[in-house]
Design a protein around this ligand. Structure first.
Ligand code: SDX
Length: 391
């Protein structure tokens, strides 16, 4: 920028520069994937079709879609040796800890897709990551509850297969409700990409050094884990459970406004959206639909809706332009699907993998330089060393 420092492109981190994948207008609540509004994709598209759009820039033809789905489906199994990794973790490890470890370790298995200068290698790595994240996520869950890992079933759709691997057991026939599979697919779709957020910028910065895609995605998973980012969906459910009843909302709203209280309303606020987050609106409608279709009456949904009403009429939140974000309602749907709270951020990571890959691929396949964010130094000016007896 202008002012204190002259603008020198050589110094600006090239890892977070222009992109053609996603456009966000924070003041008007607009989110476009390759030009298509998220509301229309959520209503008419599905997750793998949106993956194709994010990766290749256009909606697929029928034949292109069938080929893409077939390729992803046939990459869902993981190397059998990978299962041994899980034995190194405690059973009560947080699934995100397991995801960071196991996904990073994929670079120890897939030597034939680590050469990022080869476009075919890049494509194969992309397919492997998009296809294997649900399998590894479900394995992380099964490991934590002491149940056997379930193999993917190629006759099932992407989200249906994930729920099969999460909740199926070898001794029972597999039956995944189409309602839950559709809700799961929409959750993945709504998390697919979001421009250059903290975790996507992490992936781009790691990728700008030439690191292999599996290591870059593991870096993205680590960045996503924080409660200010993807970890918020887990924190929202914990907050709603702590509030418990609409009668206690005012007490928590007061705490969120108290500068001396570190408590924040989880699921509210955003670095970019200073108006509503379009994904939160779609998620809120989906929450009504899923709970109605399942005949579930979750009192936490009433608490969430009342909390939103109160916050959106409160001067503090209005003045600071704090609106519900993508994480505010997603947890209620995930809970209705039967996903445990500890897996919420893992679900976010599974959905966001295609966005991380699309941004990584866009940068790697173009001309790029290593990212090097510059700092504003506010430390000591130069000074001489002091011998020990002079300190
Ligand atoms: C995601 O970037 C992305 O696109 C991320 C994401 C994606 O798809 O990748 O959209 C996913 O991470 C969504 C955000 C999930 N995080 C949360 O819900 C956690 C709660 N939210 C806050 O931590 C916060 O709003 C952030 C981190 C989301 C945004 O941080 P900002 O933009 O730096 O906002 P801020 O912290 O500077 O807040 C501005 C003001 C502050 O008050 P002042 O210092 O100006 O007096 O608003 C206050 C904050 O104290 N504030 C809140 C609040 N969020 C901000 N007060 C109460 N509750 C909140 N949730």
């Amino acid at each position: 920028g202008k002012g204190m420092f002259t603008y020198d492109p050589g110094f600006v981190s090239t890892a977070s520069c222009e992109s053609q994948i996603t456009y966000i207008d924070g003041n008007n609540g607009i989110l476009l994937h390759r030009g298509y509004p998220i509301e229309q994709l959520a209503e008419h598209s599905d997750y793998l079709e949106t993956c194709y759009l994010l990766l290749y820039g256009e909606l697929p033809t029928k034949a292109q879609k069938e080929e893409f789905v077939k390729t992803v489906t046939h990459h869902t199994m993981v190397h059998e040796q990978l299962a041994h990794f899980f034995n190194g973790f405690r059973r009560d490890s947080h699934p995100m800890a397991i995801m960071c470890g196991v996904v990073g370790a994929l670079s120890a298995f897939y030597h034939d897709s680590l050469d990022i200068t080869d476009d075919n290698n890049r494509q194969v790595a992309a397919f492997r990551l998009i296809a294997k994240m649900p399998t590894i996520a479900a394995m992380s869950y099964k490991f934590s509850i002491g149940q056997p890992f379930m193999y993917p079933d190629n006759s099932k759709g992407y989200a249906e297969n994930f729920l099969h691997m999460m909740f199926g057991v070898p001794c029972e026939p597999s039956n995944v409700s189409p309602t839950l599979a559709k809700a799961m697919d929409r959750i993945f779709l709504l998390h697919a990409d979001h421009e250059q957020n903290a975790s996507t910028s992490t992936v781009r910065l790691a990728g700008s050094s030439g690191a292999n895609p599996f290591a870059c995605i593991a870096a993205g998973i680590a960045a996503l884990w924080g409660p200010s980012h993807g970890g918020a969906n887990e924190a929202v459910l914990e907050m709603l459970e702590e509030i418990g009843d609409v009668s206690r909302i005012d007490e928590f709203v007061a705490r969120a406004k108290d500068k001396n209280d570190p408590f924040r309303l989880m699921g509210f606020g955003h670095r970019v959206y200073k108006n509503f987050d379009p994904r939160a609106k779609v998620m809120k409608e989906a929450a009504d639909d899923v709970l109605a279709e399942l005949g579930v009456d979750d009192p936490l949904l009433a608490v969430a809706k009342r909390l939103e009403e109160i916050a959106l009429s409160d001067e503090y939140f209005i003045s600071k332009k704090l609106y519900p974000n993508v994480d505010f309602y997603s947890g209620i749907i995930l809970k209705a699907i039967g996903i445990p709270t500890s897996m919420f951020t893992v679900i976010f990571a599974v959905g966001r993998t295609v966005g991380w890959i699309a941004h990584w691929h866009e940068m790697i396949s173009g001309s790029y330089r290593i990212g090097r964010p510059r700092q504003l130094y506010t430390g000591h000016t130069q000074r001489d060393y002091l011998p020990l007896d002079k300190r």
